[in-house]
Design a protein around this ligand. Structure first.
Ligand code: GDP
Ligand code: MG
Length: 172
């Protein structure tokens, strides 16, 4: 079975852990510990093909920038997470995307999905869908608006990343 390393990155509190736990365990964990980092192994079948994912749910990006560099080096696919209730979290996604490009150097077609969280809190929305649509097309990466709480589009986002990784790393 093919194996891929996935790294989940984004500002503290945007919902990285809730998203990852929803994807791996199909539950919503309504607790917040910004300092905890977890490593998950998860087998998924996308388009009939099973693969094994090692998913690193990172802790707050701010404190651990140097560590993030190590993770980015080892990562093959990246989930860049912002909260659609927190406009500032877009800035972090932009910074992370640039860091990934710097660290990966000349590599092209790096598998990335941009994921907006907390779609169920649409009444508290600060990031317009148009804003992220424009950014994502400028960056040439797909984006998904999701809710870990309601289980909206979480699997869609990860499936997209799996397809990108398969294409990018055909011999993995
Ligand atoms: P992290 O620091 O990025 O890992 O953020 P967490 O996953 O710990 O989530 C931070 C807070 O946002 C927690 O209180 C979560 O319950 C809440 N949260 C995460 N995802 C969602 C969601 O989809 N909907 C709602 N309503 N709350 C969420
Ligand atoms: Mg977390």
């Amino acid at each position: 079975m093919r194996q891929f390393n996935v790294v989940v990155l984004g500002a503290g509190g945007v919902g990285k852990s809730a998203l990852t736990v929803r994807y791996v365990h199909q539950i919503f964990k309504n607790e917040y510990n910004p300092t905890i980092q977890e490593d998950y192994r998860h087998t998924v079948t996308v388009d009939g093909e099973p693969c094994s994912l090692e998913i690193l749910d990172t802790a707050g990006a701010e404190q651990f920038t140097n560590l993030n560099e190590v993770y980015i080096q080892a990562g093959q696919g990246f989930v860049l997470v912002y909260s659609l209730t927190q406009e500032a979290s877009i800035k972090e996604v932009d910074n992370l995307r640039r860091s990934i490009q710097q660290i990966k150097g000349t590599e092209t077609n790096i598998p990335i999905v941009v994921v907006g969280t907390k779609l169920d809190l649409n009444n508290e929305r600060e990031v317009h869908k148009n804003t992220i649509h424009n950014l994502a097309s400028r960056w040439n990466v797909p984006f998904y608006e999701t809710s870990a709480k309601r289980n909206w589009h979480v699997t869609d986002a990860f499936d997209d990343l799996v397809r990108q990784m398969r294409t990018r790393y055909p011999h993995a």
